[in-house]
Design a protein around this ligand. Structure first.
Ligand SMILES: *Cc1c(COP(=O)(O)O)cnc(C)c1O
Length: 418
């Protein structure tokens, strides 16, 4: 039998990222394997929030919108500033990404923009949005909303048949790069090329990718992307999301949430809308300054650690856990790809009592999550997870199954958020 405990100890001792755990406020007694759902709290964030609230807001008041306000706060450019810092993590240029709103709202804006492209002059009318069944719900629901307005036709094809489903009516291929439940990663390069060959545009949802796996939107020639700020970017609950638009689409980009912050001159107070240049026109209303400042801290930290090192550790760590579960907890059926390069920074296993197993784990301070109907999911945020945490998850799972501890009634009660 493999000595996984010893292996975990050796891997932790040799981990070049071990020192970064101290940059997060984490309870040492907790094995936090849910950073793919809500990232941990960077140590620098509470102090930043204190400064934003007390000094910039409290003392600086309205002057803090401008760069010459108290402490040079410059709140008004936060969406561009934070967007420019996210850009290198996804292979984008600094003027191609903006931080704003939620992923759902950004999906609405960009799916609408893609459909508007095919209603424009010189284009064949197309309104099919192609996605896959089992995509993250909000991605599918936002297309439903556009379908209800007569603007889109939703079409779903299983991932093996996506390329065959790219016919001349498809306007947009809308996919989540790393699947939230299985962790399976799409081949961004191949699918983007296939969509373009069929005359369609592509929108990638990078919510489970950014800060966890290599992404190069420029090399893939992707058209649009969105992503989440509160997962691997550690921006805090409800952190703003981001949106990417390839420079070739900047001039013609039209999105329907034409709010004043996306106007070319918001403070000219004109009656008629004129879009700001580039991705700035994706803004609708006033940026949530406090939450955006927290996101900036999270992004700064991930950028300092560096994507190459994060990706290397993520792969090694998920592979260690996959092997340990396969050997020691064989009753769990892994539904994630076995090849670390074909998956995100997470693993999921199917089990009839996955919900109860997950609750029993949490009581033992090993935090993963459950995804309906029957998946236990563990995420490996490489910035702060220790190999020892992974080993603890495996050994506790073995014990929970052997002792039958998961059968206790309290583990079957479902909470509103799982
Ligand atoms: C987390 C996540 C979202 C989140 O959407 P919000 O509107 O920001 O709540 C969207 N898509 C995917 C794939 C996600 O994993």
């Amino acid at each position: 039998m493999t000595d996984f405990a010893g292996e975990a100890a050796r891997l932790d001792a040799a981990d070049p990222l071990a020192k970064w755990r101290g940059h997060f406020l984490l309870d040492d007694a907790v094995a936090y394997l849910d950073g793919n759902s809500l990232g941990a709290l960077p140590r620098a964030t509470p102090e930043r929030i204190e400064t934003v609230v007390r000094r910039e807001w409290g003392d600086g008041l309205i002057a803090s919108w401008n760069p010459d306000g108290a402490g040079g706060a410059d709140w008004i450019t936060l969406p561009q500033r934070v967007g420019a810092k996210i850009a290198p993590l996804i292979g984008a240029g600094p003027d191609e990404v903006i931080a704003a709103d939620s992923v759902s709202v950004n999906l609405f804006k960009l799916v609408s923009a893609a459909l508007a492209h095919f209603r424009g002059d010189g284009h064949r009318r197309r309104k099919v949005v192609l996605s896959e069944p089992g995509n993250f719900p909000t991605d599918l629901y936002m297309v439903d909303g556009l379908e209800g307005q007569g603007l889109a036709t939703r079409k779903l094809a299983p991932r093996e048949h996506l390329e065959a489903a790219l016919d001349k009516d498809v306007a947009l291929l809308l996919l989540t790069h790393v699947h939230y439940k299985t962790g399976a990663m799409h081949d961004m390069l191949r699918l983007t090329r296939a969509a373009h060959e069929a005359g369609a545009l592509v929108l990638w949802d990078l919510s489970h990718s950014v800060g966890a796996v290599p992404v190069d939107l420029t090399a893939a020639q992707a058209d649009f992307a969105v992503g989440c700020g509160y997962k691997y970017l550690n921006g805090g609950p409800g952190a703003p999301a981001f949106a990417y638009v390839a420079p070739r689409h900047h001039r013609a980009l039209r999105q329907p949430l034409s709010g004043w912050m996306g106007h070319a001159q918001p403070f000219a107070f004109e009656d008629d809308y004129a879009p700001a240049p580039g991705v700035d026109r994706l803004l609708a209303g006033t940026p949530p300054v406090i939450q955006m400042s927290a996101l900036e801290e999270g992004v700064d930290l991930i950028a300092r650690i560096g994507m190459d090192a994060l990706v290397a550790k993520s792969r090694r760590m998920s592979e260690f856990t996959r092997r340990a579960v396969a050997e020691l907890v064989p009753e769990l059926e892994c539904i994630s790809p076995a090849d670390p390069k074909a998956r995100g920074s997470q693993l999921s296993w199917r089990h009839e009592h996955a919900y109860e197993l997950c609750q029993a784990l949490i009581e033992r301070r090993v935090v993963g999550d459950f995804r309906a109907p029957d998946a236990l999911r563990l995420g490996f945020a490489p910035a702060y997870v220790r190999y020892a945490d992974c080993w603890r998850a495996v050994s506790e799972l073995r014990d929970i199954l052997d002792s039958g501890a998961w059968r206790e009634e309290r583990f079957a009660e479902r909470a509103a958020v799982t």
